[in-house]
Design a protein around this ligand. Structure first.
Ligand code: ATP
Length: 258
């Protein structure tokens, strides 16, 4: 870890008309750190994730990012081209539904390889070799490299989406319910895989989940949201083992005691 945060979020709010999406959120994310945003449906998790990742314009607040050149830049003061460049080179975004993050009608190899081309790799042999290594890394047999993701199972699609996102060596990955929609045994395997990759690559990640078991397994720190507000924030083990807010206590007792 370096001695400076990767991301500084200050006073971030998003209102949809008079409805609160998220309100007054502030935190810092450090390199290599995984933060989980948890809460019930409608608590504002996706709104917050989308505001931080510049997919949604917040109503107020700032998000500063520590660029590779050592400077902090306010994401909302970048122009569109700069933001796109950052998304392509430094960030990944793993959607709940793999179809939202993959190109379903091109091959698995091309799904991974085109990200390398987007960052300037032009050598076909190298691109195919790297794509093949990444398929192996996410436990997809390399003899499926020419198959389209629509011929894959849900778990395979999600693993392919992860490979597509990580192949370019991002520093920060956003994940929106990465195991949602998969059945339980597939979820467990995928979580193990994600945890291993995040550790090995020293990635920072922000993971939205309504599942506290996912937060427990993946994250170092967690924020609990309710009605658009962060009501509790701390080290994951502390929040789950010794929740301070009655709402968090309720969540923990209702969900985690299985
Ligand atoms: N495009 C929109 N227009 C109006 N209100 C919205 C919009 N998107 C979200 N909201 C409202 O903002 C609040 C937070 O929603 P958000 O989707 O961020 O919650 P969430 O915790 O991600 O829920 P879920 O787990 O169901 O995805 C909710 O009251 C929701 O109705």
């Amino acid at each position: 870890m370096t001695d400076q945060p990767l991301l500084k979020v200050r006073d971030l709010s998003k209102f949809y008309g008079s409805r609160i999406g998220c309100s007054n959120v502030a935190f810092e994310l450090w390199p290599g750190e995984v933060l989980a945003i948890v809460g019930e449906s409608g608590s504002g998790k996706t709104t917050l994730l989308n505001c931080i990742s510049t997919r949604l314009m917040p109503t107020t607040g700032s998000v500063e990012y520590h660029m590779r050149d050592g400077q902090y830049r306010d994401l909302y003061h970048m122009n569109e081209a700069e933001r796109r460049f950052l998304m392509r080179t430094d960030w990944g975004f793993v959607h709940q539904n793999p179809a939202d993050g993959l190109r379903m009608t091109v091959s698995a190899g091309a799904n991974v390889g085109e990200r390398l081309m987007a960052v300037g790799d032009r050598h076909y042999g190298h691109i195919r070799q790297t794509a093949s290594e990444w398929l192996e890394r996410v436990e997809i047999s390399t003899d499926r490299i020419d198959d389209q993701p629509r011929a894959f199972s849900g778990g395979m699609r999600q693993r392919l989406q992860i490979a597509r996102n990580l192949v370019t060596g991002p520093r920060l990955v956003f994940m929106d319910e990465p195991t949602g929609g998969l059945d339980v045994s597939v979820q467990a395997r995928l979580l193990d895989l994600v945890r291993g990759l995040v550790n090995d690559l020293g990635l920072a990640a922000i993971v939205v989940t309504h599942d506290l078991a996912v937060a427990r397994l993946l994250s170092h720190r967690m924020m609990v949201m309710k009605d658009g507000h962060v009501i509790e924030h701390g080290l994951t083990d502390r929040v789950l083992d010794d929740p301070r807010e009655p709402y968090t206590q309720l969540l923990v007792s209702s969900i985690l005691q299985v």
